[in-house]
Design a protein around this ligand. Structure first.
Ligand SMILES: [Zn+2]
Ligand SMILES: [Zn+2]
Length: 755
């Protein structure tokens, strides 16, 4: 057994510092292991000066731990060790080495930053911790007082308390930045980012000014002007924004907030292609899973870029590199920007909701929403030529899970893929064939793989893959257009058979943007085959698309073109007439709805007209129709109509009965399954639930168990109404992004409010 003595411990501590991962020759694993061993010995030895130093060293080493799955554990241990140091120092302030005391405060300051941004903790908890630390911090440490005020500033900014931010920031600006705890240029840069996130571009520019004028020297290799890209843009200093972007956009190792700044800059200046280059350069960094405040902002900026890319008609398939060698890998290699944007906007929105709970303010939810819906500042800002070849235009890499890139090898791989037992595995394997066919220019395999995917995605049950089906069909028509003789008549017929399925899903389920629907319809128009019923699809879905766009006149004109088809070509599938009736109701055109409804046979479908009948003064007719149908309706549009009827005529018990029967409609298991028709059904539940509560007819009930959740007590119609209101706000916003208008948002909000 080694004898532990003070000199030996101090020598070992000196040696341990050489393993600091920030030094050459250091590394996180040996550093942490050495510090941990030292800590055990120092605690056993018990001599306070040495123990204090070793604890500081150990606490510092914890900052290098890979934290992903145990952040709470690590930060808890980190805080625990530092607290013990703080108490030792507080009891005997003159006993400990000043350098180590300063290091202790620097680490406490870093830990507060981790709680604010990296592994966010509730605001109250952080505030109490700052208060506690302040009680231990004597006025003789002005630098440390500064650091604690700085932490308060960051927390106030996270909560969106602008008055408090103003007060603290103005005060801090008159004091000297304590170099023992922080880098002054870094502070200025974080300030600039803080202000632009609070919506104050002028303040952001002012915050970084001392660095740009050289009053605060920038550390070597640090270019802070990225944080001013958007502030410059918003304050009219366009040339400076362009110069800062151009100088930095290819830089590797950017911080998340810097990536976000370039993405937003590109998205809001009509430079979508450049934005995609930045996106692909930093793909590994963008924080796809959104686990920190900065990752949330970056994901939202990337989602904004994706939305602009789709709006500019630039969406296409691209290869997502899993970069792994795992034989069980199930990563889908074929992606689109519409799909990536959808994933990222939900990750950012959900994380912002979580942050709002931690903050006790709605600030971040509102700001992230504002970023997601941000519009261009200038439609098209000219940039200098690319500083390097565009990364998103590079040849896609071969799949790490499939060697073949030629037709023969890929067709064999496709046969194997088709034999896979689960649908998802089959799609993953087939997409790999597609990926390598793109790489190797193997046209036969490419065509076979695309049609195989079409077969996979068309059947019922694959509705949630609507964007994949849509992009598969778009790519097939692109191929057909580029090489008209490549695909035989049978292939083209198969594509047309997929058209109504893909378009119906695209218009009923979230994921595909309306702009893409119109673009596909334009393509289809060019390829209509005579006498094959193709015209019917194009005209029908064109009318539907205009109804979604909230454009009554355009929808009506498209509808009339549909009606001009010979009756044999106009054949309607079941539900089509009810669908057309619904367009006119959605558009607020009751008269057209009544016209179309003449062809409606089913009573249940007719009940969609209930509110329109009330508006037309056909009250008795409405009551009879309601009485005959309210016990059996289940479809979202019919439920929506009945609930409006019940709320407006005081038949509140009937409405309650309907909701009790169709509760499944009000359960959202997946953000991507929120069909357009559900918006109005939710508005109905809001109105009815609030009226039930106001009439004293509400009582508690239990939500029954379903496939994904256990039964849940404590529900009431008032609670359901409140939940539906939140869902309505969330999903109406999502649909607004997709259809490019707030027409329906305004309409469903008015319905929910009983207007
Ligand atoms: Zn993989
Ligand atoms: Zn469930």
């Amino acid at each position: 057994m080694t004898i532990v003595d003070g000199d030996g411990l101090r020598r070992r501590l000196d040696a341990a510092w050489d393993l600091d991962p920030e030094k050459t020759g250091g590394g996180p694993e040996p550093f942490m292991a050495t510090m941990r061993a030292l800590l055990a010995d120092a605690e056993a030895f018990g001599e306070p000066e040495t123990l204090f130093r070793v604890r500081i060293g150990y606490a510092y080493s914890l900052g290098f731990k890979g934290w992903d799955n145990s952040s709470r554990e690590v930060t808890g241990e980190w805080l625990g060790v530092l607290r013990r140091c703080l108490l030792m120092w507080h009891a005997e302030p003159h006993r400990y080495d000043e350098d180590y005391v300063t290091a202790m405060w620097t680490q406490l300051y870093r830990l507060l930053d981790v709680f604010v941004r990296t592994f966010p903790e509730p605001a109250d908890r952080i505030r109490r911790l700052i208060d506690e630390l302040e009680r231990y911090c004597p006025p003789t440490r002005p630098g440390t007082r500064y650091a604690l005020d700085e932490a308060r500033l960051r927390l106030a900014a996270r909560r969106g308390d602008v008055a408090e931010v103003e007060r603290l920031w103005t005060g801090l600006r008159t004091r000297e930045i304590p170099r023992e705890h922080m880098f002054p240029d870094g502070v200025a840069s974080i300030d600039a980012t803080m202000w632009i996130r609070l919506g104050r571009p002028d303040r952001a520019v002012a915050a970084l000014a001392p660095v740009l004028t050289g009053q605060i020297p920038a550390r070597d290799g640090h270019d802070h002007e990225d944080s001013l890209l958007v502030p410059y843009l918003l304050t009219g200093r366009v040339d400076e924004a362009v110069a800062a972007h151009q100088r930095a956009y290819t830089r590797s190792g950017m911080k998340l907030e810097e990536v976000a700044a370039h993405l937003e800059f590109c998205a809001r200046t009509g430079n979508e292609e450049r934005g995609l280059d930045v996106l692909h350069r930093n793909f590994a960094r963008i924080g796809y899973h959104c686990d920190s405040v900065d990752a949330m902002w970056t994901a939202a900026a990337a989602a904004l870029l994706c939305r602009r890319v789709v709006a500019a008609g630039l969406d296409r398939e691209w290869v997502w590199e899993c970069g792994c060698a795992d034989p069980a890998c199930e990563t889908l290699p074929i992606y689109t920007y519409a799909k990536l944007g959808q994933d990222l906007r939900w990750h950012a929105t959900r994380f912002a909701e979580h942050m709002d709970e931690l903050n006790g303010t709605p600030h971040l939810g509102e700001r992230i929403d504002a970023l997601l819906r941000a519009e261009p500042v200038v439609d098209r800002l000219e940039l200098p030529p690319a500083a390097a070849p565009a990364r998103h235009r590079a040849e896609p890499p071969r799949s790490p899970h499939l060697d073949a890139t030629d037709d023969a090898g890929l067709l064999r791989a496709l046969d194997l893929a088709r034999a896979a037992d689960s649908g998802t595995s089959r799609i993953v394997l087939t997409q790999r064939v597609l990926q390598n066919a793109l790489v190797g220019g193997a046209t036969r395999a490419l065509v076979e793989a695309r049609f195989a995917l079409l077969d996979d995605l068309l059947p019922d049950g694959w509705e949630l893959w609507s964007t994949d089906l849509f992009s598969c069909l778009v790519e097939l028509f692109r191929l057909h257009e580029a090489r008209p003789t490549l695909l035989g008549a049978d292939r083209v017929a198969a594509m047309w058979r997929a058209v109504p399925v893909a378009l119906e899903r695209a218009l009923t389920l979230p994921g595909t943007h309306l702009r893409q629907v119109h673009a596909l319809l334009d393509t289809l128009e060019r390829h209509e085959r005579p006498c094959a019923g193709d015209r019917r699809h194009v005209r029908w879905f064109r009318a539907w698309a205009w109804a979604r766009a909230g454009e009554p006149e355009a929808a009506r004109a498209a509808w009339e073109r549909f009606l001009a088809l010979p009756p044999a070509e106009r054949r309607a599938a079941s539900g089509d007439t009810a669908r057309a009736v619904q367009w006119w109701l959605d558009l607020g055109r009751d008269r057209w709805a009544f016209e179309s409804a003449e062809a409606l046979a089913a009573e249940a479908e007719r009940s969609r007209l209930l509110p329109a009948l009330l508006r037309a003064g056909r009250v008795d007719e409405a009551h009879e129709l309601h009485e005959r149908t309210y016990r059996t309706v289940t479809g979202a549009p019919e439920v929506a109509a009945h609930l409006q009827f019940c709320a407006r005529t005081g038949r509140l018990e009937h409405g309650r009965e309907i909701i009790g029967r169709v509760l499944d409609l009000y359960h959202v298991a997946d953000d991507e399954e929120f069909a357009f028709d559900r918006l109005r059904a939710y508005a109905g539940a809001v109105l009815l639930g609030e009226r039930l509560a106001a009439a004293g007819l509400d009582e508690p009930w239990t939500w029954p168990a379903d496939d994904c959740c256990p039964a849940e007590d404590g529900w009431s119609h008032a609670r359901l109404a409140a939940a539906c209101r939140r869902h309505l706000a969330l999903y109406a916003r999502r649909w607004e992004e997709l259809v490019g208008t707030d027409f329906h948002t305004r309409a469903v909000t008015a319905l929910a409010d009983g207007r």
